[in-house]
Design a protein around this ligand. Sequence first.
Ligand SMILES: Cc1cc2nc3c(=O)[nH]c(=O)nc-3n(C[C@H](O)[C@H](O)[C@H](O)COP(=O)(O)O)c2cc1C
Length: 179
Amino acid sequence: MEFQKVIESRRSIRKYDPNQKVTRTQVEEMIKAAMLAPTWKNSQTARYYCVISEEMMNQVRSECLPAFNANNSADAGALIATAFVKDISGYERTGEPSNELGNGWGIYDLGLANENLILKAEEMGLGTLVMGIRDEKKLCELLQIPESETLVSVIAVGYAAVNPKMPARKTLEDVAVFL
Ligand SMILES: Cc1cc2nc3c(=O)[nH]c(=O)nc-3n(C[C@H](O)[C@H](O)[C@H](O)COP(=O)(O)O)c2cc1C
């Protein structure tokens, strides 16, 4: 698919087709695309906890997501919790933050990687939903995410059962300044 079409056609999908399953190989392909993103000093701190079993997905939805996101991701074929290893991206070897953003750079790197992941999904004919509203403590416990990592989002992946319109975007003038 042409790149411009991929970025224009990707939408947040909140209803998935229960009859079409997502395979582990598909999830692996998406993560491989995420791994190609640039990172602070090539630190590659993004981590992915891929929930693909029916049983675990039900548990994540019922215990770790608020009802509206559990509902949004019902029938998704995979739930990918995304995290990054703390205190590396944005940090010096001495352990000091390189500048005022500190672990903000770890989140920045993860965001770049996750955009690759969701655009790759779009190219593969899969829909996604990034969920920032989730129970961090319960997810870390259930997925055994170590304390050295920070959990950020959960990304639902599946075959879209809807075709939403693009929510309005700001104008170029609203967001860009040329100097
Ligand atoms: C960091 C982040 C967190 C989000 N969290 C949620 C969420 O918890 N639940 C939800 O339904 N959508 C969530 N979204 C989806 C946004 O609402 C959506 O991206 C936005 O409305 C633009 O729509 P589009 O993705 O179709 O272009 C999130 C998106 C991002 C990037």
